[in-house]
Unconditional design. Structure first.
Length: 300
């Protein structure tokens, strides 16, 4: 009898241990699917930039402790687009009507830098930036539901926005921009960047009679981009604009290099990169600054 009781006790201990492991797994699953409680308003007083992290159909606002806040004065060659973006944001921060903005065009021309620079300029007046990944757009209702009553102005920022065939998240975005039964929050705007003007792929067969009413399929794809009240285009830089950006950065960082050498090496770098863009210019300056400082160190 004693041996049987001992075996039974061991079995129950094993069962209890397995049950505990199962419960721990359930807790981990629930942590990933049940959204945390809404944050207090003080969170948006202490921080100016956030990332939205999806949890189930909700999520949480993760503060960015060291946000990238570029100086808008460093941006060269995009004056018209930048002026419109600043004007629109100024209206929004002042409590007046403003538009959602789509910044589209050539890669590396400063689209996302403009938006982060706008935060730097207006954060002191209550502007906050929330970065939302494209795959998290299905949780936009949860984001809006939380931010609607917060006494701050929010820009929801989605970088490199585009959609493939059959993706449904764009419908949530269309509702936010315009067209849902719920009134659009007055304290939230959506700023997005994209390499595509119309955000969704367009195929040649759509113009070749693949559908009985091809114009309806095309109209569906254009309707999302049309919901952005302000569409700002960024075009490839010509050589002189590219060199002006290089010279602006060289001056800012006080690089000890002759202008002729600077321009020659900058053009070689652009040829190596295969494009003339603001991003290529900054990468060249970073490389040049490093080489110059290494040379100084060796001489010392």
């Amino acid at each position: 009898m004693g041996d049987e009781r001992g075996v039974t006790a061991v079995r129950w201990d094993s069962i209890a241990e397995r049950l505990e492991q199962i419960l721990e797994r359930v807790d981990r699953v629930l942590d990933r699917t049940v959204p945390p409680p809404a944050p207090g308003w003080e969170l948006f007083d202490r921080h100016i930039a956030f990332r939205w992290r999806r949890i189930g159909m909700g999520g949480t606002f993760e503060p960015v402790e060291h946000p990238h806040l570029p100086d808008l004065g460093d941006l060269v060659g995009i004056d018209f687009a930048l002026e419109d973006l600043i004007r629109n944001t100024e209206q929004f921060v002042a409590g007046f009507s403003a538009n959602n903005v789509l910044l589209w065009g050539e890669r590396g021309t400063g689209k996302s830098t403009c938006i982060k620079g706008v935060l730097r300029r207006f954060a002191g007046r209550g502007l906050r930036l929330v970065e939302v990944q494209r795959d998290e757009l299905l949780t936009l209702p949860a984001i809006i539901g939380t931010l609607r009553t917060v006494p701050r102005r929010f820009i929801l920022f989605c970088d490199d926005l585009s959609f493939g065939e059959g993706e449904g998240a764009y419908r949530e975005l269309k509702v936010l921009l315009e067209g849902g039964i719920e009134a659009r929050p007055e304290n939230i705007l959506f700023y997005a960047t994209s390499n595509r003007r119309h955000l969704m792929p367009e195929r040649m067969e759509e113009n070749l009679g693949g559908e009985i009413h091809p114009e309806e399929a095309v109209s569906e794809k254009l309707s999302l981009a049309d919901r952005f009240g302000l569409n700002l285009s960024f075009y490839p830089f010509d050589q002189e604009t590219y060199l002006a950006i290089v010279e602006r950065y060289a001056e800012k960082f006080s690089l000890p290099v002759e202008q002729e050498q600077l321009r020659r090496e900058a053009l070689q770098w652009a040829l190596y990169k295969g494009n003339r863009s603001g991003r290529a210019a900054r990468q060249f300056i970073d490389d040049l600054a490093g080489r110059l400082r290494v040379a100084v160190t060796r001489e010392a």
